[in-house]
Design a protein around this ligand. Structure first.
Ligand code: NAD
Length: 242
């Protein structure tokens, strides 16, 4: 479905990003995964090939993001789809939240998303086509105790998504956000078993989401089937936010 297309996935070394990168690759895309630079898991190194490449870059670094986008274009010739998936949490109640906890989460989750969109802008505008998918969260829609920094970053991603969608719509570029609920990845592994059970109990579909649940939605939003959808937020949470 994505033959000859180039897909850049930030946060592509594990979790939702990795699953999404693999899904696009299976559909024929050439894929560039961006990761934070620490050692890549063997599982990811085994996937590397001429059409599945890795690039280390701290997404919160504006200049580094620009250099990485240029490198990907040098290797693959262009970029058609951008998926902003890199994200972190630094949870804590406001009373104990440090300034650095706030700054880091905003820098990676919100500024990182801005950085890659900004550097892709001229490429996509010139092509007059392209898809951007930004990972938000239901926490960005509803807020969450102990995640004021994360919720603010993910709400920011929604504002960024909708504004850029309006700017790019006339250029035939679709910009959408995905708001997952509780997805089983490294990011959620530190939650206690008891809290996980409670969360699953509150999900109408009575199961945690999987990275594949989100990857499939990314395939849809990047496909021709979604060509008239822009500036939207697709909630993937088994009904949790209902
Ligand atoms: P994860 O922790 O498994 O993976 C995060 C990825 O981001 C990794 O590949 C990591 O290398 C990358 N990353 C982190 N900081 C980076 C930086 N500074 N520069 C470059 N890359 C960096 O997380 P996940 O659960 O797969 O989440 C993926 C996205 O989905 C995140 O934006 C997250 O906020 C969002 N999300 C996740 C859930 C969930 O329940 N897991 C729910 C809602 C939203």
């Amino acid at each position: 479905m994505f033959k000859d297309q180039v897909v850049l996935v930030t946060g592509g070394s594990r979790g939702i990003g990795l699953e999404t990168a693999k899904a696009f690759h299976r559909e024929g895309a050439r894929v560039a995964i961006i990761h934070s630079g620490r050692e890549l898991p063997q599982e990811v190194r085994d996937l590397l090939s001429d059409s599945f490449r890795e690039f280390a870059c701290d997404v919160s670094d504006f200049a580094a993001a620009g250099e990485t986008v240029a490198e990907v274009v040098k290797v693959f010739g262009t970029i058609d789809v951008l998926i902003n998936c890199a994200g972190i949490t630094r949870d804590g109640l406001m009373l104990s939240m440090k300034e650095a906890d706030f700054d880091q989460v905003i820098d990676v989750n919100l500024k990182g998303t801005f950085n890659f969109m900004k550097h892709l802008y001229p490429i996509l505008m010139k092509k007059r086509s392209g898809k951007i998918i930004n990972l938000s969260s239901i926490v960005g829609l509803k807020g969450n105790k102990g995640q004021a920094n994360y919720a603010a970053s993910k709400a920011g991603v929604l504002g960024l998504t909708k504004s850029v969608a309006m700017e790019l719509a006339s250029r035939n570029i679709n910009v959408n956000a995905i708001a997952p609920g509780f997805i089983e990845t490294d990011m959620t592994q530190n939650i206690s078993e008891k809290a996980k059970e409670e969360m699953v109990g509150a999900i109408p579909m009575k199961r945690k989401g999987t990275p594949a649940d989100v990857a499939k939605a990314c395939l849809f939003l990047a496909s021709d089937a979604a060509s008239y959808i822009t500036g939207q937020v697709l909630v993937i949470d088994g009904g949790l936010s209902l």
